[in-house]
Design a binder for this molecule. Structure first.
Ligand SMILES: Nc1nc2c(c(=O)[nH]1)N[C@H]1C(S)=C(S)[C@@H](COP(=O)(O)O)O[C@H]1N2
Ligand SMILES: [Mo]
Length: 488
């Protein structure tokens, strides 16, 4: 590479870093940040086979891979814009046209990708600034190699300093975007329900509480950052194959009589003993009542969301669902679907659409995000006893424990074997939580003898024992008995 080219690459790279930093400073970790917009595009365009493989092989951390791709793609975009600007600026008498083109090539695509004005302009100006510094350095116009080095180093040092500040501003912006200026108006009912739920808890220092805190509750998203939806502008539209389509506002929904219900969510793509299974107290309004008002004449439903997600199933599968705006007595947090999500007992997590915008009734079945990728939305929830904790007690005994779950069939018993499945004993169970689709804590204490295999299985409310046959999570959810080796 010639010296001029090398200098150009250095300036272009610096400009890209400056542009991304400026965008992050203004947008924070939201969909207004170009990296996350490109990331969402990558997720959208990734073939189903790859998405399924990543979920099974890598799990949630698979977000890291496409995020890396998104950083590379947005960096390349900004660096190319800067390089083109630089070439034009250096080739003409005035730097203005080159700088202008560099800015335009950043602002235009960023605006198209994110749809948000301010971060786009901030990125454009940052790239423009570096292009200006680069353009003022002209090898043919009297700049010495030393002068060039000084301006490259200056641009890089300046960018590093500004990037540090951007990190700070961006993370403050992220925090602000997570805070929701809505209070959950409650009459103390949720607090009473949560206190009563706490009472059902099993005596153990290791087993997770019966109701998961908002922070402990798992999240699964198709995008890397949850969308920011302002409840004031947001509307829920119920339309399609219905006699009287309706649009509801957030206030309109909150004026209706509220229902509070404990419901568990579990991700169909989780590993057998993973912890993408949690129960919370959800507050909202019954979907059924709204359906009666609109008069559906189709049997299928599409649930559309603000992040581009669509879930599809038979209407009857979600009819018992709640449209919720409250979680554990608080306003539904952004990562769990603010302002409104569906929580439908008896369904896998993926139908429980967050950031819900449209309920579209259909006369024929259609395919949503996961259905297009081969996952079965009608698969019954598989039964599971999770073996989450192996706790050594002070008296030398071992306590194993976890949560058991079988969808709306409920959990009647949990059986434990400490000899690899040869003999079985009943585990202690927590009192059941109120609710028809909830998890149940279990624990078992015993005197260990040497290295041994602990196996657990549940028996559901119908008296059916969890099948032993192991299957992958794709496409019907994970099955089989959880087994863990315990060292003395
Ligand atoms: N809009 C939207 N809704 C969504 C998802 C999503 O990516 N976007 N993920 C689904 C999946 S796969 C699961 S398991 C649950 C998880 O809900 P949680 O993140 O609140 O635990 O949300 C479902 N609803
Ligand atoms: Mo999921």
């Amino acid at each position: 590479m010639g010296r001029t080219n090398r200098v150009r690459v250095l300036f272009a790279t610096t400009a890209a870093v400056a542009g991304l930093a400026a965008g992050y400073a203004v947008a924070g970790w939201t969909e207004g940040f170009v990296v996350l917009a490109i990331d969402a595009l990558i997720v959208d365009l990734t073939p189903a086979r790859v998405v399924n493989y990543m979920i099974e092989a890598v799990g949630e951390s698979s977000h890291g891979f496409h995020l890396l791709g998104a950083v590379a793609a947005s960096g390349t975009l900004y660096a190319s814009a800067a390089a083109i600007g630089l070439v034009i600026a250096r080739g003409s008498r005035s730097t203005a046209p080159g700088v202008g083109i560099g800015i335009a090539l950043v602002v235009g695509p960023t605006l198209v990708l994110t749809g948000v004005v301010l971060p786009s302009i901030a990125s454009g100006l940052a790239v423009g600034a570096i292009v200006t510094v680069g353009a003022l350095d002209r090898p043919d116009g009297g700049s010495t190699p030393d002068g060039t080095r000084r301006s490259v180093v200056g641009a890089m040092a300046g960018t590093t300093a500004v990037s540090g500040l951007s990190l700070l501003l961006g993370s403050r912006r992220t925090r602000r975007s997570r805070r929701i200026d809505e209070s959950f108006v409650d009459d103390g009912r949720t607090a009473d329900l949560l206190a009563a739920a706490d009472e059902t808890g099993i005596e153990s220092t290791a087993v997770a509480p019966p109701v998961s805190s908002i922070d402990a509750f798992y999240t699964v998203d198709i995008t890397t950052a949850p969308p920011t939806v302002d409840a004031t502008d947001w509307r829920l539209s119920i339309r399609g194959a219905v006699d009287r389509p309706r649009t509801l506002s957030f206030d309109g929904i909150r004026e209706r009589e509220r229902v509070d219900r404990f419901v568990a969510l579990r991700c169909i793509g989780e590993g057998l003993n993973d912890d993408k299974l949690d129960t919370a107290l959800w507050s909202g309004i019954p979907l059924d009542a709204l359906l009666d008002e609109v008069g559906p004449f189709g049997e299928y439903v599409e649930l559309h969301a603000a992040d581009g997600y669509v879930a599809t199933t038979e209407l009857d599968a979600v009819r018992d669902g709640l449209l919720v705006y409250g979680m554990n007595g608080e306003i539904l947090p952004r990562e769990h679907g603010h302002p409104l999500r569906l929580v439908a007992p008896g369904t896998w997590g993926k139908l429980n659409t967050k950031w819900l915008t449209d309920v579209v009734v259909r006369e024929a079945p259609s395919e949503g995000y996961w259905e297009e990728r081969g996952w079965n939305s009608e698969a019954p929830i598989t039964a599971v006893a999770k073996l989450w904790t192996i706790d050594r007690l002070d008296d030398g005994r071992i306590e194993v424990g976890g949560h058991a779950y079988a969808g709306t069939r409920g959990v009647d018993r949990v059986e434990v074997s400490t000899d690899g499945g040869a003999t079985w004993t009943d585990a202690d169970l927590a009192d059941p939580l109120p609710g028809e689709d909830v998890t149940r804590q279990w624990r078992y204490r015993y005197e260990p003898e040497g290295t041994h295999e602990v196996v657990v299985r549940t028996i559901d409310g119908n008296g059916d024992r969890q099948p032993a046959e192991a299957t992958d999570s794709f496409p019907n959810g994970p099955a089989g008995w959880v087994e863990r080796r315990v060292e003395p």
